[in-house]
Design a binder for this molecule. Structure first.
Ligand code: 5GP
Ligand code: ZN
Length: 133
């Protein structure tokens, strides 16, 4: 797709550090990593987000993320790994070509701010559950 930075990276028009490639996807080092080794798993086909993607591709990319996470633990010595995947501007998506962040985590790296936990009542939870179930 025109004007998509990840399509340009896939085409080789913009350089990247590729740690993995197969017929469906690439995995590249993030240019502004949250922690050393932060990797993006990106399908070669342009899907805007998770909801444009077929189930088979979603499953395939998760398998690749598993492989990258294993390498981060075994080769970079990361004791933990976060998977992050943003859909939509309100969720923090800035590049509108699906990507799965695989972020190696090190003790006290300060790499990620998690959400502030809230305290809903059981009624609040039930109302949401009834909508989602
Ligand atoms: P989002 O906020 O959309 O989930 O994440 C986009 C990610 O893409 C960011 O972490 C950002 O650092 C990364 N990024 C943006 N442009 C480039 C680029 O040109 N090369 C690489 N390797 N990463 C990029
Ligand atoms: Zn694209």
């Amino acid at each position: 797709m025109d004007n998509c930075i990840f399509c340009k990276i896939i085409a080789g028009d913009i350089p990247s550090m590729r740690v993995y490639e197969d017929e469906d996807c690439i995995a590249i080092l993030d240019i502004n990593p949250a922690a050393p080794g932060h990797t993006l798993v990106i399908p070669k086909k342009h899907y805007q987000d998770l909801f444009e993607m077929d189930e088979a591709m979603a499953g395939k990319l998760m398998m690749v993320a598993q492989e990258i996470g294993k390498r981060q633990m075994e080769r970079l010595g990361a004791p933990g790994v976060n998977l992050v995947q943003n859909n939509g501007a309100s969720a923090g998506q800035t590049v509108l070509h699906f990507h799965l962040h695989v972020i190696p985590r090190y003790e006290n790296d300060g790499a990620m701010v998690l959400w502030d936990p809230t305290q809903p009542t059981m009624d609040d939870l039930k109302a949401i559950c009834d909508k989602l179930a």
